[in-house]
Write a protein that binds this ligand. Sequence first.
Ligand code: NOJ
Length: 543
Amino acid sequence: MGKDKNWWKRAVVYQVYPRSFQDSNGDGIGDLRGIIRRLDYLEHLGIDAIWLSPVCQSPQDDNGYDISDYQNIDPMFGSLDDMEQLIQEASKHHIKIIMDLVLNHSSDEHRWFQEARKSRENPYHDYYVWRDGKEGTPPNNMRACFGGSAWEWVPEVGQYYFHQFSVKQPDLNWENPQVRREIYQMINWWADKGVGGFRLDVIDRIAKEPDREITENGPRLHEFIQEMARETFQKSDLITVGETWGADTELAKRYSNPDGSEFSMVFQFEHIGLDQQEGKEKWDLAPLPFLKLKEVLSRWQKELYQCGWNSLFWDNHDLPRIVSRWGNDKEYRAESAKMLAALLHGMQGTPYIYQGEELGMTNVRYAMEEYCDIETLNMYQERREQGIPESSIMDSIYAKSRDNARTPMQWDSTKNAGFTQGEPWLKVNPNYVEINAKQQIEDPDSVFRCYKTLIHLRKRYDVFADGKFELLLRDDERFFAYTRENQKEKLYVICNFYGETADCSLKEPWEQMELLYRNYKMPGNASLYQPYEARIYYIKKQP
Ligand code: NOJ
């Protein structure tokens, strides 16, 4: 690993959400020393890199996605020395550290913004996006992603600044070349510290043009990204992954062009937004369409084959837990978590595992006052003001709140799941007594072992990295099945997606193939699949 420029095509990445991973000093918030303590666990799981959600200095209005100093660590997480030590210690465990770069906006407490808001003549004023206006009448009706107007009035300068997220996250002005230069210097400073790559937060929003109400995919977007790549990561073997909610397959091919002109890959969200209805918000619940899921995932597999690169993920710190979403987090929790893992890890791309996904951690149902996420809190208030019944708001929160993913990591069955000796910043999911890492490491049948096996298979067989994807049983309402094939090998991944036993109509000489993985122990019947059963068959082709 490392010498090969495209090492990330065979890698598996694990996302750590630092405040919820492991506390080491009893303040109830996870920290860098806590992560160092858990490197043995991550090495045992077999991952190659950690994507670390932001740890830079921040007032934590949006849990670190509001950075006030890009070249310092927030004291809540530790110090710059701790960060350097994490990079070194992780490397001893054959793990690289991927930093989260939040470049669309900074915190309003960043030195640049503090200066910018002093006067129109201040050299930093143009680091942000300002428009004249009359107090009380914003330049237009654009709304911020976390609710409310996207414009905020600053009396000292008699202007509004633009913010796509919270008021405390003013948008940076990428049109200003000096802003871009400062950003590139900072990226290179981190690269010199030995990080293994970068995840670029909402990167498709940097080229905004608020006068034309353009946020995503602005006209200068690819120009900015290509300049950044040239000035920073292009000549190295760093992994780069852009967060692009607005990407379709055509755009993704551009972002992940094998010529390296932009990123290694992007996070696209088409498979995540399938229950999002046109013109509605994510909170307006709708059924999940299974056939559409098959269509979307296979289209991405086919379209990017040999001309781009996919990231593979179900979960992250913004999304509900996958087992509570497409799986069954009650009687078939373990089976469905494993099935979803096998389905994704058989595909082409770089898999990302979000902390706790490898244990089959689930969503939570808390009382309103126990939630912390700014997006959840803002939505609750807005909808209450609109007169929407409490119970319907709570249903949306149970299904979609970002805090579902942010509950502390469940390490063992001791107090607070072994996450902290103090009071956790967000309540631990009470099911930690049954669902925890300690129990699962020892249990050969656990969700954890399933992930470990899948990671191992990806390293062992080339076909996981380079095989061509073909969807099988396209219109079947129960099975998600596909093949992967290269010159020498072929895989069949067959998943019963639901909680009933089902007969699979695929007829192949299964007995002549090797069964690489199955999420049930009991002897199998070739065509009968147990609830949420997943199998991966393998054949080496004749030379
Ligand atoms: C995407 C991040 O994943 C999310 O957590 C954050 O709130 C927004 N970007 C704003 O930075």
